[in-house]
Design a protein around this ligand. Sequence first.
Ligand code: HSE
Length: 432
Amino acid sequence: MGKPLRVGMCGLGTVAQGVLNVLRDNHDAITQRAGREIQLTQIASRSLKAGVDLGSAEFCTDVLALSRRDDLDVVVELIGGEETALEIVRNALRNGTSVVTGNKAIMALHGNELVELAREQGCSLGFEAAVAGAIPIIAALTRSLAGNQVGWLAGIINGTSNFILTAMTEEGQNFQDALEEAQRLGYAEADPTVDVDGIDAAHKLTILAALAFDMGFRFSDVYTEGISGVTAEDIEYADQLGYRIKHLGITRRTEAGVEARVHPTLVPKRQLIANINGVMNAVLVQGNAAGPTLFCGAGAGDRPSASAVIADLVEMARGIAFLPVKTPNVSPPMLAVEDTQSAFYLRIPSLDQPGVFAKVAGLLSERDISIEAAIQREQAIDTTSQQAWVPIIILTHVVNERVMNDAVAAVQSLPEVVGQITRLRVDQLTDG
Ligand code: HSE
């Protein structure tokens, strides 16, 4: 057995407590695999939580002081947030100490700087826990699938959004109740708008795109839309058409550039990923050698995230100095979402009068948008105007998004359209 790997951990929240517990519960197996003991010698957190067993670690309340210590091999950053977390990681790397972080925000926003700093200092920088909790997707993209050119990947990478959409789909639960339950279970971020507005997923997609396409971290180029506009009605119509609504991060390499977008998406029910429910995450990767591979598992929670943190520590203990991502030497153009291609689901609230559907179909066909399926539901009465109206539901074939925007604007301005049109993207998640 070699000398112990001396680890200092910043944070004592959900994931950090998971690390303490899993390191203790699986001590012998982890030591055996790492070839030496992973010794948690220092823990820093603003306050010491009652009932948490710190083992033999020394405790202090100054996380920045811990990050500057020179008697550590690795600093684990698990405090979350941005400013202080970034300072911790910078301090440690500048000090020549390797870092493990679960912080997707700092990797997405400052990953290029941090990777470069780690490279200059000859340090390892592990962030397996930053994306999709327990799923070893960083290892998969950088090692197991390293022989592939990735064409695209699509992932359910925000457990809270998946939990809410699942509860709305399966239990008819409303948005707020489902969100509160996710918060109670410890899945949601401190500010849950980061989850439901898609920002957390955009952070994670930034990291996945950087790895899949060797192009650095480009968060500001990721199109981001959350789940707050998804209604129980749309979930039901999607179901009737053979689809589930999932919040997906999708990145794809095309001849024109790389697209990266996060938004609710209709996915065929027959796709395995459409059946990944609750807080589970999944990432589907299309490699040109491997074909499609689907990775799924718990996307959040104490022990699942701890599993990913410890995987990085074991690698470091084995003496494998690693940076999962290289400083990019390519900078492919990023496509604006308007320049991407999708099929679309439209829900058009319109007056129940003869010829409305024909008018809508005409405006679509003028723009070469072909309709794959349509349903028209029973009449409802608008309480303000007392007029009879019906939702027209249309599923289109694949079309350029700019053309679809133009078509939606034209349909919206028809006098028979009595409410805001809902427009959601549809993806078959196949190569064809
Ligand atoms: N809030 C995140 C989620 C936690 O819901 O997926 C894991 O990053």
